[in-house]
Design a binder for this molecule. Structure first.
Ligand code: ADP
Length: 402
């Protein structure tokens, strides 16, 4: 069994390695950030094209658009991983530990990866050796989900068609809980087992599947930051077992274990509603404004007016009294938080719900925006379905409250 450690930073080689990695990821992180704005247009307009009813696209064109969208989401995933890696290496990532039930994080992820597993006819099984209310760990909820998602995605990607994935959750030692993701894939020879945790390292046999070689680096970094350990055992030809161990937490909650996470249903805005509701979008980028206008143009009973400067946005908010405001956080002259404060100081817009839109979508950015008074946070690139759902939910709340 191989336990994997981060490169030691005290040694000469360790320091040189760290400096080289930091320079590489800082550079890629900066470029990555710049990718998000054009990606918003690529993904947004592609989603709109695919939704056109009746479709103006032939079956062949539809397939091509499908491929563009898939590649766009993949590029976004790479950008997000790079930004995470940059933050980990700069030590600017925030970890908020809480006592969590492991089964909940695992089940949420199983649901996410089920379509991917289904496509390759791979079964997934979650096994616990103890009552799941006793399988509690100290972890950051978002980061634990990210770690499990990486391991689970790999166990599917590098598995054989019709294979099996098992997730075993068990107590290990007195104060630890172990989560092991077991697959029936090709396995990894011993001499490659630690190098795959190095950033941008992929085995030559894996090049047929998409990936960046960052996932396992993030697993190791994040689990270490949460006070845990990472390791694997593998038998070439039979499969691999990647495990993480986290500190055990005391019981916090006696709620029954849910096997499957509930996904809230979408409330459909009544189409026969005679009234038109006006939204205001404050955004300086013409391509983002165009995209949101087109998304909203296809929502019945809703219209949008846009402003490209904070000042114009504030004037329109007072003049038009929109039911909902969409506000870009990164505006010239005045940032989104200052605009929100100005809105809150005016009688007319004091209680108007405001949704933040931003490409800076680290969990801490989202938490801060919600803490400071934004009602929701929409990340760019926009997922068109989620965007509509968020707007419809807030509209329904506002209409019900009137
Ligand atoms: P990615 O999957 O994006 O390439 P990772 O850092 O998650 O990046 O993994 C690095 C490499 O380790 C992969 O490219 C693959 O070669 C190997 N690997 C990871 N998980 C497994 C697994 N469960 N079985 C076999 N090989 C794996």
């Amino acid at each position: 069994m191989t336990e994997i450690h981060r490169p030691t930073q005290g040694s000469h080689t360790g320091q040189a390695q760290k400096a080289e990695r930091q320079a590489k990821t800082a550079f890629l992180g900066r470029i990555g950030h710049e990718f998000r704005t054009p990606l918003n247009s690529i993904l947004g307009f592609t989603q709109l094209l695919q939704e056109e009813q009746p479709s103006s696209l032939s079956a062949g064109q539809q397939k091509k658009i499908d491929n563009i969208e898939k590649a766009g989401w993949h590029l976004l995933q790479l950008v997000n991983d790079l930004l995470d890696l940059t933050n980990v290496e700069n030590e600017s990532i925030e970890i908020h530990l809480a006592a969590l039930r492991v089964v909940d994080s695992v089940n949420a992820n199983v649901e996410l990866v089920s379509p991917l597993a289904g496509k390759r006819d791979i079964s997934i099984e979650v096994t616990t050796t103890t009552d799941c209310n006793e399988l509690l760990v100290w972890a950051d909820p978002t980061r634990l989900k990210q770690v499990i998602l990486n391991l689970l995605t790999n166990a599917i990607k590098y598995n054989k068609h019709g294979g099996k994935v098992e997730i075993l959750i068990e107590p290990s030692k007195a104060d630890r809980i172990k989560i092991t993701v077991i697959d029936t894939g090709s396995g990894i020879p011993e001499h490659e087992q630690s190098s795959i945790f190095e950033p941008f390292t992929r085995r030559s046999t894996s090049m047929h599947s998409t990936g960046s070689g960052i996932g396992l680096t993030l697993v190791l970094e994040l689990v270490t930051l949460m006070g845990g350990k990472v390791g694997l055992t593998s038998q070439p030809g039979k499969g691999s077992s990647f495990w993480i161990e986290l500190r055990r937490a005391e019981e916090i909650d006696r709620a029954p274990c849910r096997q499957v996470q509930e996904i809230p249903g979408v409330e459909i805005f009544p189409a026969d509603n005679a009234e038109e509701y006006q939204l205001l979008y404050i955004e300086d980028s013409p391509s983002h404004t165009e995209l949101v206008s087109q998304i909203i143009a296809e929502m019945e009973g809703v219209t949008v007016v846009s402003a490209s400067t904070p000042q114009h946005g504030l004037e329109l908010a007072r003049a038009l009294n929109p039911i909902l405001i969409l506000l870009d956080l990164c505006l010239p002259e005045m940032d989104g938080y200052t605009v929100l404060n100005c809105l809150r100081q005016h009688e007319q817009t004091r209680t108007t719900p405001v949704i933040a839109l931003s490409a800076n979508a680290m969990p801490e950015d989202i938490d801060e925006a919600l803490r400071r008074g934004f009602r929701r946070f929409i990340t760019k690139p926009i997922n068109v379905k989620e965007f509509r759902q968020t707007v419809l939910e807030l509209l329904a709340d506002e209409i019900a409250a009137k």
